[in-house]
Ligand binder design. Structure first.
Ligand code: NAD
Ligand code: DAU
Length: 354
């Protein structure tokens, strides 16, 4: 049994779905179901006895204690978080509550549980904290990619909260010996991503003839990794990673936001040649930049390659094609998640352009 937090969100639900396809080990999935978490993502597991879903908050120590003692997991994979940088700029408070206090409470209960395991279980137990490359800050064009030894320099309230949680995880390893692992992944794309994030927002807006809002000059650089590749990397870290270590995960291809949006538009032109919005790129509009917008991320995954034998497969075009087709074929999912909360956010954030 493994214990997953945030398993109804984008990366968490893809992790749970993939795990239950491959593994016989069951999952207890604790998720508060905030706006970005959705049980629709896990619909295919409805009658699967290997998936136990509990709606709850990672800040709720009594609930975590009860679940740990009841299900006795051999690992925790911690995805639950507030994750959208733009929202953290409007209001950092929930980011501190969930990402920092929530992680602390989870660590405290995990420590109590772990201390009482027998020697064998104690040695094999792992706490995997899913962090981000954003904790390393922003790179200039001439800078070397982020390594695990790069200095922390978070720039947004979101990345600052993730950095704080990383430090707590590290401290629980160093102080109490809890066998922790920390991963830093670059931007993910794939099915079930909440459409406030760049990729699904662009796909959905383009199919509906809405503007494609690009911040600033569109030359910010990200490295996009298909979510299933992230899953494979996490499984390797869980089974072979060394407690106390950090691992960078990601694509090593650097793409500007503008090039990415053009790629999405040209795939859509091919998939929907009769759409009234062809060429979809004509919907692109440059809008006010994100405050403190990180210019460039670039991730060095040589540690994953050398120590765990993982490398990104980099079939970017094919995976983007697959992802766009997924959104086009799952418009019911799209409509359902674009609820009142979604519309409220879009109106607040893009009010000058929509
Ligand atoms: P997401 O926003 O899609 O999902 C987050 C999930 O956490 C949701 O299901 C939500 O309901 C749940 N949650 C939020 N607050 C909670 C709380 N207090 N208690 C319990 N559950 C709570 O996020 P995602 O994109 O799937 O990201 C998952 C993790 O991966 C995060 O920790 C994020 O920092 C990290 N990450 C994301 C990316 C990316 O590109 N999306 C890249 C690197 C790392
Ligand atoms: O790097 C990993 C991180 O990737 C994760 O830790 C975060 O949880 C995840 O949200 C993501 O952060 P980004 O800020 O990079 O992702 P987002 O999809 O919000 O934006 C990607 C880029 O696109 C970024 O440079 C901002 C830009 N953008 C975004 C939106 C929503 C636009 O130009 N227009 C938009 O409307």
């Amino acid at each position: 049994m493994i214990f997953v937090t945030g398993g109804a969100g984008f990366i968490g639900s893809n992790f749970v779905l993939n795990w239950l396809k491959e593994e016989t080990n069951s999952i207890i999935n604790l998720d508060k179901l905030i706006y970005s978490g959705n049980l629709l993502n896990l619909k295919s597991l409805k009658n699967n006895p290997l998936h136990i879903f509990v709606q709850g908050d990672i800040q709720d120590r009594a609930l975590i204690r009860k679940l740990l003692n009841q299900y006795k997991p051999q690992a925790i994979v911690h995805f639950a978080a507030e994750t959208h940088v733009d929202r953290s700029i409007y209001d950092p408070t929930p980011f501190i509550q969930t990402n920092v206090i929530g992680t602390l409470h989870l660590l405290q209960e995990t420590l109590d549980y772990w201390k009482n395991l027998n020697e064998h279980s104690k040695n094999h137990f792992r706490f995997l904290h899913v962090s981000t490359d954003e904790v390393y800050g922003s790179l200039r064009q001439q800078d070397e990619p982020f390594k695990e030894t790069s200095r922390y320099a978070p720039n947004s309230p979101y990345s600052a909260s993730k950095a704080a949680s990383d430090h707590l995880v590290r401290a629980f390893h160093n102080t109490y010996g809890l066998p922790t692992l920390i991963t830093h992944c670059s931007n993910n794309y794939g099915p079930f991503q909440f459409p406030e994030k760049l990729v699904p927002l662009m796909i959905i807006n383009a199919t509906q003839g809405k503007i494609l809002p690009i911040y600033g000059d569109g030359l910010n650089i990200r490295n996009w990794l298909y979510v299933n590749e992230h899953y494979e990397a996490l499984c390797l870290v869980l089974s072979k990673g060394k407690p106390g270590e950090h691992y960078n995960i990601g694509s090593e291809t650097e793409i500007t936001n503008m090039d990415l949006v053009h790629t999405i538009c040209s795939i859509l032109d091919d998939l929907k040649p009769n759409s009234p919005y062809v060429p979809h790129a004509s919907l692109i509009q440059f809008i006010k930049d994100r405050p403190g917008h990180d210019r460039r991320y670039s991730i060095d995954c040589s540690k994953m390659r050398q120590e765990l034998g993982w490398k990104p497969k980099e079939n970017f075009k094919a995976n983007f094609h697959k992802t766009i087709e997924w959104y086009l074929n799952n418009m019911t999912w799209v409509e359902k998640v674009m609820s009142g909360e979604y519309r409220k956010w879009i109106q607040l954030h893009y009010k000058e352009t929509s």
